[in-house]
Design a protein around this ligand. Structure first.
Ligand code: HEC
Ligand code: HEC
Length: 272
């Protein structure tokens, strides 16, 4: 440490006294600004620590802090996510980008930690911690699922039967005979039950969507869209950010996305 003696202080005072009034005012204003900035950044760093330290799922109980984090995530969402998920978070059903404002989740149950996991490591992204346990096989191809060579293709007639079965679980009008054949395929040869659950309500641990709730990731649930999905397969991708954004930024994004489907934490009304 360099010691500051009384003589040093006196010298600075003498020097300061010799300056013009204008220069003195400028220096004082600069110093004040510096102090304000310092105080602000210390307060900010404290608040950020409160945001990243706890288990993310405990945050929503702290409404103020959650709202603060979500508000900061909003701008980042617009620059990093809105191009795919839309400025309001409603997704694009024609491109298979999910709506983030509903309570229907592909992975997990929509807790902050589930969302944060997706923001960190993405879905089918090139890193070892990403979600990629299963893809939707292409049942119209000779080898529907290269990961499981034993899986057999389905004929177009089989696929139409499975679609009738899906209509029956959704509570839509369906052709009974065809739906019965489709139900057998779903529970057996098609292997659908394995990734979408025997009751077709989905497997959130592997990202197998619920097929009974009439909420669609791809298209509008019409026969045409369903046929395309089942015949050609699907494997949507969401990018990973762990290597590009700080833990604070990632948590802010997760809180913002959480707020989109949890009204009380909402930073701003997102209705157009
Ligand atoms: C190996 C696991 C697996 C099997 C077997 C499987 N699926 Fe899927 N399916 C998925 C995954 C994963 C997705 C989501 C793909 C994505 O997110 O891009 C999906 C998506 C779908 C979708 C689109 C849902 C939406 O919201 O748009 C439909 C419809 C569907 N599957 C029907 C079926 C049917 C019918 C069968 C049986 C013939 C079947 N799946 C067999 C894993 C599977
Ligand atoms: C290049 C387009 C793209 C970008 C950019 C993108 N996403 Fe995604 N995101 C997707 C797609 C496609 C899926 C669905 C993947 C699948 O089919 O499994 C998805 C899925 C998700 C999910 C899971 C939703 C659910 O229902 O479980 C979350 C959460 C999510 N994204 C958040 C984000 C956030 C936050 C950002 C910005 C930091 C972001 N995404 C950027 C395309 C994108």
């Amino acid at each position: 440490m360099v010691g500051v003696s009384r003589r040093d202080i006196a010298a600075v005072a003498l020097w300061f006294g010799g300056l013009s009034v204008r220069t003195r005012a400028l220096i004082l204003a600069g110093l004040t600004l510096l102090i304000v900035l310092l105080v602000w950044s210390v307060a900010n760093a404290r608040q950020e620590a409160k945001l990243v330290r706890p288990d993310p799922d405990l945050l929503p109980a702290q409404a103020e802090l959650t709202r603060w984090g979500a508000e900061r995530g909003h701008g980042l969402y617009q620059s990093r996510c809105a191009s795919c998920h839309g400025t309001e978070g409603r997704g694009h059903y024609r491109q298979g980008v999910p709506n983030l404002t509903d309570k229907d989740y592909l992975y997990g149950t929509g807790q902050v930690s589930d969302i944060e996991q997706v923001v960190l490591y993405g879905i089918r992204a090139p890193n070892s911690r990403t979600w990629k346990l299963a893809d939707m096989p292409a049942f119209g191809k000779a080898v529907p699922y290269p990961r499981e060579k034993a899986m057999k293709p389905l004929t177009p007639a089989d696929i139409k039967d499975v679609i009738q079965f899906l209509h029956s679980v959704e509570g839509k009008p369906f052709i009974q005979e065809s739906a019965i054949r489709g139900g057998a395929l779903f529970a057996d040869r098609g292997g659908c039950y394995d990734c979408h659950a025997p009751d077709a309500k989905g497997e959130p641990e592997i990202g197998g969507p619920n097929l009974s709730d009439n909420v669609w990731l791809y298209g509008d649930g019409s026969d045409q869209w369903l046929f395309q999905t089942i015949a050609e397969g699907r494997a949507g991708q969401c990018p990973a950010w762990f290597d590009r954004l700080s833990p604070v930024k990632i948590r802010e994004l997760a809180l913002y996305v959480y707020s989109l489907s949890h009204g009380s934490a909402k930073p701003k009304p997102s209705e157009p």
